[in-house]
Design a protein around this ligand. Sequence first.
Ligand SMILES: Cc1cc2nc3c(=O)[nH]c(=O)nc-3n(C[C@H](O)[C@H](O)[C@H](O)COP(=O)(O)OP(=O)(O)OC[C@H]3O[C@@H](n4cnc5c(N)ncnc54)[C@H](O)[C@@H]3O)c2cc1C
Length: 495
Amino acid sequence: MEAISNFPSNPVKPHINPCRNYIFSRFPIDSRSPNACRSFRFSNVNLSLNSVKKQRRPFPCSCNLSKTASLDRETFDVVVVGAGIIGLTIARQLLLGSDLSVAVVDAKMPCYGATGAGQGYIWMTHKTPGSDRWELSLRSKQLWGLLADSIQTQGMDPSQVLGWKKTGSLLLGRTPDELAMLENRVKQLSEAGLRAEYLSAADLLSLEPALEGGNVGGAAFLPDDCQLDAHRTVEFIEKGNKYFASHGRYAEFYHNPVISLLRSAQNGEVEGVQTSKKILYSKCALVIAAGAWSGSLMQSLVKDSDIVLDVPVKPRKGHLLVLENFNQFELKHGLMEAGYADHKIVKPLPSSASGVTEEEQTLTSISMTATTDSMGNLVLGSSRQFTGFSTDVEESIINRIWERAGVFFPTLRELSLPNFVRSRKIRVGLRPYMIDGKPLIGPIPGIPKVFLATGHEGEGLCTALGTAEMIGDMILGNTGKVDWAPFSVQGRCCT
Ligand SMILES: Cc1cc2nc3c(=O)[nH]c(=O)nc-3n(C[C@H](O)[C@H](O)[C@H](O)COP(=O)(O)OP(=O)(O)OC[C@H]3O[C@@H](n4cnc5c(N)ncnc54)[C@H](O)[C@@H]3O)c2cc1C
């Protein structure tokens, strides 16, 4: 039974009936209401915040009942909006860790969003020990490793199933400042308990000869960093989720954009969502994991209420250039230039070379990332742009990615990009960007039973399993494995 192998043979069950015990046990709780599913209390959250207006009159039902009468209706314990890596892994977590029923709904398909474009680095090299995201990243990476191990234990090959490769990561420095930063980073990462090594230029070249002539002075090397293939991984997670469909616990609704919230006319509580084709009731929780669209979606969902909520997630467009069956060289590791860590804006290229306007240069950053994936393709990245929700391929950006890669890999300078026109693929995705660099994970104050899981920018693949565990623990009333506070919605989405 292939589908079952996604999951441990003895899935962890919560010790309580979660739907009856809907309480955040991580925090002190003074009293329990008889119907805990309705008493969604966050004892660390001050709901009397001036910035969040509580509803003082019954909510209007935000959907027009006469128009919805003909729509199909289905009820689930949890409805997850968004079938990217975040939404799908949240569904997986709940299916595995509870007996709740789960529906995933998406405007399009899995991999339509940022997930389908992701390079797949499951990395710690460019994370800073002690920072807000450190614990979440570490936990998530550990969970990915456990998943890959469990696939192996069940007799399958994680490199086939997930595109999983323990390549190790190389963060490359060229300038004296970058090299000093990398030495310091290696020290910090080692002190935090990770295997980390500073490599001289000579040691680096012995690991990656393709860098010869690229003037790279040294690198931070983390041999335990990994990578996966987002498409294969999503396929695997979906297959596992679908196993629960036959048990009546899972359903997915694609090409079903969510258009409004269903709210009780009596008390305003959220009861589910209306999509373009269906009414989906969520008895216990509604999770918004709509990536870069989460901000605009939430805005439209609360527009008829008194709730003042501004989810400031913005789309940050990224291009990846994939050269299929590339045979000029093979990279053994995942590579990234040091400047990626702070998403520096690269020195402007002469506009004649790239056709890039001054304004575009200000809004666009290109940092070299390179890896050979599990299919033998050379994957080169990546760009960052604020250009709204367009996912059109921009040739000027592809040219800049190619030129930047050529700085590190002189062989590429001898090749002409147009020669790869038949064997290249371009992936474009909208990273869900948060200005403070941290995802939003948690309950939305003032809207009981509704959670946000978004804003992972360039780290959503890496941090997906940790995020899913966190949301699962919140919904099930379990104690959190890592500190939830840095990701709280409270205080970050209210004007
Ligand atoms: C070029 C590039 C390289 C990257 N490399 C890496 C990497 O190496 N490592 C890493 O960890 N991360 C990487 N990332 C980031 C990572 O891909 C994202 O952080 C992650 O995929 C975000 O997942 P998500 O589920 O939040 O969003 P998405 O994958 O965007 O999914 C959101 C989903 O919500 C759906 N949706 C939107 N509106 C609605 C609606 N109204 N109703 C229903 N559904 C809706 C969309 O259709 C979409 O399917 C990269 C991203 C890019 C673009």
